[in-house]
Design a protein around this ligand. Structure first.
Ligand SMILES: OC[C@H]1CNC[C@@H](O)[C@@H]1O[C@@H]1O[C@H](CO)[C@@H](O[C@@H]2O[C@H](CO)[C@@H](O[C@@H]3O[C@H](CO)[C@@H](O)[C@H](O)[C@H]3O)[C@H](O)[C@H]2O)[C@H](O)[C@H]1O
Length: 323
């Protein structure tokens, strides 16, 4: 049984999100992360609420543990994420709400955060998700604390500060519901074009790839055609958070359909010219964000809760073996 990283070889980074608590407490989980994947993303411990729980008190201890593990396992690391409207520390959101932190101060805080975090991991991060989920499903800039307080320029600023702190890291835009051609991916194309025109150091576009069996999937050629538009601008592309959830209970039809969902994302990436990284957002149903977020849904991953291979895992092995 050849692990995914062996089948992917040098043609593709095949990665997973890593749950730090599971990694430190579950030996089977830890071993499988090392044997199966040549890239990892911290599922939560590089997010702002974790790395700066109190203002000025930086805590990279959990993230550093994952970095050490990645080095031991010969894995690349995707950094996730610098600017997002979720998982922000309470001191920051309350400071803005109360008016204690005004726009000028907030801009300085954002700059400090990016330079501190990117600087801390300088030279050890392959790709950074700099701006995460900054456009809503209607194709408008998402109405967040960042847009409200700082205006649309915060996105360009974030990329410039990240590049300043680590000129070698590839800097990505990242979002969900942008796997195919849609008003949302069109808006990202326009945003990327605009940033590049301003000579902002943007290097890549990441499509998260959170699918649901009940919603159906794009075709691999549509995913590749969408990625090709960004690659034409000189950007790299990546699938950054693939999972395919289903309405429970599972059955063989849903499990087969799930395998197709993973397959179109991987084949779409392989068909694209500059898609060099394919990451799943967790790989076992034992540890998954889905049941806590989507009531009555689950079983979104490649392996079941006992780490046994599901049809989706076999499908990815087959696609990589043929690639
Ligand atoms: O939502 C799925 C993706 C979508 N794209 C961006 C990507 O970053 C996002 O990942 C998910 O992002 C979610 C938050 O938005 C994460 O969920 C958080 O995951 C955290 C760590 O497990 C949880 O924090 C724990 O909460 C526990 C109980 O509430 C506390 O006891 C723990 O101390 C605390 O760490 C948060 O409540 C929970 O909301 C998921 O694990 C993570 O998979």
């Amino acid at each position: 049984d050849r692990p995914l990283r062996e089948l992917a070889g040098r043609q593709l980074l095949i990665g997973t999100a890593v749950d730090h608590a599971a990694y430190t407490s579950d030996a089977t989980y830890r071993a499988r992360v090392g044997t199966e994947f040549n890239s990892i993303t911290a599922e939560n411990v590089m997010k702002w609420e974790v790395v700066e729980p109190e203002r000025g008190q930086l805590d990279f201890s959990a993230a550093d543990e994952l970095m050490t593990a990645a080095r031991r396992n010969g894995q690349q690391v995707r950094g996730h994420t610098l600017v997002w409207h979720n998982q922000l520390p309470a001191w920051l959101t309350q400071g803005v709400e109360s008016g204690d932190i005004d726009a000028t101060e907030l801009r300085g805080i954002l700059r400090r955060h990016i330079i501190d975090e990117v600087g801390h991991f300088r030279g050890r991060i392959h790709q950074w998700d700099v701006a995460n989920e900054v456009i809503d499903d209607n194709g408008q800039l998402r109405d967040t604390i960042w847009l409200r307080e700082l205006g649309p320029g915060y996105i360009a600023d974030a990329f410039r500060w990240a590049h300043q702190a680590d000129p070698r890291a590839k800097l990505f835009l990242n979002d969900y519901n942008v796997e195919g051609i849609s008003a949302k991916s069109d808006a990202y194309l326009a945003l990327a074009r605009d940033l590049l025109r301003q000579r902002v150091p943007v290097h890549g576009f990441g499509a998260q790839g959170h699918y649901g069996v009940q919603y159906g999937f794009h075709s691999a050629s549509e995913v590749a055609a969408n990625f090709a538009r960004f690659e034409k601008l000189g950007l790299e592309t990546a699938v950054t958070e693939a999972d395919v959830r289903m309405i429970m209970p599972t059955d063989n039809v849903k499990l087969q359909a799930q395998a197709q969902g993973y397959s179109v994302l991987l084949q779409g990436c392989l068909l694209a010219r500059r898609c060099n990284s394919f990451t799943v957002w967790g790989f076992t149903d034992k540890y998954s964000w889905v049941p806590g977020w989507f009531e009555g849904e689950g079983a979104a991953n490649l392996l079941d809760e006992n780490f046994a291979a599901k049809p989706a895992y076999r499908e990815l092995q087959a696609v990589l073996a043929l690639a």
